[in-house]
Write a protein that binds this ligand. Structure first.
Ligand code: SF4
Ligand code: SF4
Length: 176
């Protein structure tokens, strides 16, 4: 039988100090256990026990998960032009209204339109991935693994068509 979830404080919660001591005790147990494991590893012992590790970010960033949704990119055709046909599906579905596209005629007579402007305001983006799901051309993806997108200004959070197309540096992709 499940225990009923309650917010009621019992006697020990109400007098406060025992709970503080309990919290310090739990933290100390974790700290000294982990410290002990790392010391044993230095002497080549207890290799089966894995100690907790802190990533030294930003020098040593944590490897991203392979399914991570990160900064967007626009895919290219073999001739280097964008696969985007400016259909506005992504702009329409975006719940944050952070995609802005202006279409223009494509010089290739087989293709109707291409984007003249394609801006994404990362300051508003909620990283939901709906734009990727909605695209009928597989033209937009969120697989750059670029997560450091902060800026000192609001304008700096807007990525343009040029930014979205500039992803030839394969070093941005993690090796799994
Ligand atoms: S990930 Fe979501 S919020 Fe961000 S641009 Fe795409 S649809 Fe909009
Ligand atoms: S849904 Fe795809 S093809 Fe349509 S405008 Fe967006 S990126 Fe371009």
């Amino acid at each position: 039988m499940h225990k009923k979830v309650t917010n009621e404080l019992n006697f020990w919660h109400r007098i406060y100090v025992p709970e503080v001591i309990r919290g310090i005790w739990i933290t100390s147990v974790h700290f000294f256990t982990n410290l002990g494991i790392h010391i044993l590893h230095v002497f080549g012992m207890a290799k089966k026990h894995k100690g907790m590790v802190t990533f030294q970010y930003p020098e040593d960033p944590r490897p991203p998960a392979i399914r991570l949704r990160a900064r967007h990119r626009l895919m290219k055709r073999a001739n280097g032009t964008t696969r985007c046909v400016a259909c506005m599906m992504c702009e329409t579905i975006c719940p944050a209204h952070c995609i802005y596209i202006v279409a223009e005629e494509d010089p290739d007579p087989r293709i109707e339109k291409r984007p003249k402007v394609f801006d994404i305001n990362l300051g508003l983006c909620v990283v939901c991935g709906y734009c990727v799901e909605a695209c009928p051309e597989d033209a937009i993806r969120m697989d750059t693994y670029i997560v450091e997108t902060s800026s000192y200004s609001r304008d700096g959070m807007i990525i343009t068509l040029e930014d979205l197309m500039n992803h030839d540096n394969q070093d941005m992709y993690p090796r799994h």
